[in-house]
Design a binder for this molecule. Structure first.
Ligand SMILES: NC(=O)c1ccc[n+]([C@@H]2O[C@H](COP(=O)([O-])OP(=O)(O)OC[C@H]3O[C@@H](n4cnc5c(N)ncnc54)[C@H](O)[C@@H]3O)[C@@H](O)[C@H]2O)c1
Length: 270
């Protein structure tokens, strides 16, 4: 995609899942990638596999955030893309204690904002600066037993809009991607009944009848950073196979009609 090759991308959450996929996808597209994650061993191994740099980073620590920015600038001379895939899922719902709440908000929300602050002068100097955050369908619906993660995702959506507005004068675009259920690498080797359960649920929950792939999510992020997305900012891009556009009846035909038909009452109210 146009505008990726040669540009410098900081990717948080690069040790696992979608973030690890993004490290590969951006590296293959010719970006100079600096991956960051709290999981140092896995993050370093993945970055090395794709010829990228890795900086062990706990987004809850300002010193780590500053060191990440300094390392990217020292190595590559600037920063063009900030891609924020890291996420903490620590969440006990209603029972979540204050410390866990603070840690979740710190990692998923405040850490990202501190990174934007630390990288801002470099983004301003970039010829094609872009921020991409990650949200989730859980930002919009109630999820049994999960309070922290969805709240941080709702907040990052709002911060994305604030970033888009306040950073627009500097030519910095800010968007978020909302993946649906995305395949995890471990699923391929999971027991057959687990795989079958995922298949059945994915079919029911997505218009397209399946989970998304890390590749599909990554290509959306690539697009948002590319020169093809020059007029795209402040947007939440759904990459969810139609999951969030499905109503409560899912893919079932109009239920009241089915009920009436079953009772021999015809198909309309007329
Ligand atoms: N996988 C999905 O189906 C899905 C669906 C909707 C949204 N998302 C979003 O996509 C993004 C990636 O999701 P994933 O499932 O691939 O996640 P993941 O759990 O596989 O990876 C998240 C990474 O963030 C890192 N991390 C956690 N706390 C950190 C901290 N304090 N500092 C630095 N790194 C930290 C973890 O070590 C991990 O490597 C997340 O933002 C998530 O909210 C994922």
């Amino acid at each position: 995609m146009q505008g990726i090759a040669g540009r410098v991308a900081i990717i948080t959450g690069g040790a696992s899942g979608i973030g690890a996929g993004l490290v590969r996808i951006f590296a293959e597209a010719g970006a100079r990638v600096v991956s960051a994650d709290i999981a140092a061993e896995a993050g370093a191994a993945i970055a090395a596999r794709h010829g990228c740099d890795f900086v062990p980073t706990d987004l809850r620590r300002d010193a780590d955030v500053r060191a990440l920015v300094a390392a990217a600038v020292a190595r590559h001379g600037g920063i063009d893309f900030l891609i924020n895939a890291a996420a903490s899922y620590a969440d006990e719902g209603l029972e979540t204690d204050r410390e866990t709440w603070r840690a979740g908000v710190d990692a998923n929300l405040i850490g990202h904002v501190m990174l934007v602050q630390a990288a801002l002068e470099h983004l301003k100097r970039s010829t094609w600066p872009s921020i991409v955050n990650f949200t989730s369908e859980s930002a919009h619906v109630g999820l049994a037993g999960r309070w922290v993660y969805p709240a941080t995702k709702a907040a990052i959506e709002q911060v994305t809009r604030s970033e888009a507005l306040d950073l627009a004068p500097f030519g910095i675009r800010a968007n978020a991607v909302m993946p649906g259920w995305t395949e995890k690498p471990w699923q391929a080797t999971a027991p057959a009944e687990v795989q079958e359960r995922y298949r059945t649920m994915s079919d029911r929950l997505h218009m397209l009848g399946r989970q998304g792939t890390i590749e599909e999510v990554g290509q959306a992020v690539l697009f948002l950073c590319s020169e093809h997305a020059g007029f795209v900012t402040g947007s939440i891009m759904r990459v969810d196979g139609g999951h969030s556009a499905l109503g409560p009846q899912g893919k079932e035909k109009h239920l009241p009609t089915k009920v009436r038909q079953a009772a021999g009452l015809g198909t309309t109210n007329a």
